[in-house]
Ligand binder design. Structure first.
Ligand code: DAH
Length: 348
């Protein structure tokens, strides 16, 4: 008995002077299955029967003492290692930033194009991406077997040879003219619309070509519209988009749906017209096709070509965005690499 009490006393002193502040190490050493408390409890069997009651009480007191010490250690060691326990969290720290997304550069440029033309009175019109042959080709003065159909490598829909993925947003101008034509022009003419949207072509993907991209089509139909109206409209657009210093030139071109047709170039923004790899040393970059709507197209859509005429234009949004942001590879727009996308934070 004497010996047991001495052992308890020694252990208590050891615990009181304990410098161990790792609660878990303390628990294993004293309260674990091979710890001191368990071992000393085992001494009970050597205690004489008449002393068992008192020895039991002392041992229980000792056990409670060790357990209390362990609880204290748990609390204080928590304070010392702030990253491992709940007690340590500093609730006054500011919260982590939530990762906010940003608009895609194609959307930014598209919105900018829309806002420029809206100021000139153009409304936004949209149409389906799965089109029929009539709206994508025939109505636009491209009858079956017309060689210019080959200019646009078309994806056809397997179930129906008449269906395809639109190759340009010009199909939307057909739909809008049909709507106006049906009403015989009443209340629907003049038409002044832009049609932004996605288009598809069966092209091999590279830095300069993709199987889908985005266009904005423009259409103005009224009485006595002239090529000068077209030029002035596009000139205004270019200045708003790229700044007052940019120069513009029109080159004669061919599109079945316009006559006369032109392509519009702007002076190269990269080299300022001196000649570089982007403008292929010419100082000019092509940005859109345009022209006066062909009378056949008006007639195909039910609009009287003797009374009305108009202009149309179509541009690739990717092309504009590449010039605006000096992006050299078209694939970046569809790969969704966050490192690329997060650079575009505000409006254009
Ligand atoms: N649809 C043409 C293309 O995708 C672009 C275009 C050219 C549209 C001339 C027009 C236009 O409305 O007048 O290449």
């Amino acid at each position: 008995m004497e010996q047991l009490l001495n052992q308890i006393k020694e252990l208590k002193e050891k615990i009181i002077t304990n410098v161990e502040n790792d609660a878990e190490a303390f628990r294993i050493k004293y309260l674990g299955t091979k710890g001191f408390v368990k071992a000393i409890m085992g001494e009970m069997k050597n205690v004489a029967t008449e002393n068992k009651k008192e020895a039991g009480q002392r041992l229980n007191e000792f056990k409670l003492f060790v357990e209390e010490k362990y609880e204290q250690l748990k609390l204080s060691s928590g304070n010392n290692s702030p990253l491992t326990t709940h007690h340590s969290q500093d609730l006054t720290l500011p919260a982590d930033d939530l990762p906010l997304g940003s608009r895609h550069p194609i959307s930014l440029v598209k919105n900018k194009i829309i806002s420029i033309f809206q100021r000139l009175g153009f409304a936004v019109a949209e149409g389906p991406e799965v089109e029929d042959d009539f709206h994508n080709f025939t109505a636009l003065n491209l009858p079956e077997n017309h060689p210019a159909r080959d200019m646009q490598d078309t994806f056809y829909i397997a179930q129906n040879p008449d269906w395809l993925l639109r190759t340009h947003t010009s199909s939307v101008q057909v739909r809008e003219m049909q709507k106006a034509g049906m009403k015989n022009g009443q209340g629907k003419l003049p038409i002044r619309i832009i049609c932004p949207g996605r288009v598809y072509r069966n092209e091999t993907i590279s830095a300069r070509a993709h199987c889908f991209f985005h266009q904005v089509e423009g259409l103005y139909i009224a009485e006595n519209v002239s090529f000068a109206d077209l030029k002035q409209t596009l000139y205004f657009f270019v200045q708003e988009m790229f700044g007052k210093d940019v120069k513009v030139r029109f080159r004669p071109s061919y599109f079945p749906f316009t006559e006369p047709s032109a392509e519009m170039d702007i002076s190269c923004l990269i080299c300022g017209g001196e000649g570089c790899s982007v403008c292929k040393k010419t100082g000019w970059v092509e940005i859109l096709g345009c022209g006066m709507v062909h009378p056949n197209v008006l007639d195909n859509c039910g609009i009287d070509s003797n009374k009305y005429n108009g202009f149309a234009f179509g541009m690739g949004i990717e092309r504009i965005a590449m010039l605006k942001y000096q992006i050299k590879d078209l694939r970046l727009f569809s790969e969704n690499d966050v490192r690329f996308l997060k650079q575009f934070t505000g409006a254009v």
